[in-house]
Design a protein around this ligand. Structure first.
Ligand SMILES: [Zn+2]
Length: 77
């Protein structure tokens, strides 16, 4: 049987998605897929996806190669 999760976020007046994100953040996991977070709030895969999404949205031309997600990619490669 499924019982409802009861924690500090349960009674907040926010969306289910936001609660999921807050719980994942609390547990140091990726806010999108729940895998262990590399650093910050996402796993490496979603860190990169978020980066590329933002680049596109903001029309950025430069790549800041000292950024966390690039470094982690280099380590993973
Ligand atoms: Zn992820």
């Amino acid at each position: 049987m499924n019982s409802r999760i009861s924690d500090e976020f349960t009674n907040l007046n926010i969306s289910r998605q936001r609660k999921y994100q807050l719980r994942m953040q609390r547990d140091k996991r990726c806010t999108e897929c729940g895998a262990p977070a590399a650093q910050g709030s996402r796993c490496l895969e979603h860190l990169v996806k978020a980066r590329e999404r933002q680049r596109k949205k903001r029309g950025l031309k430069r790549r800041y190669l000292n950024t966390l997600s690039y470094k982690l990619e280099a380590v993973a490669a």
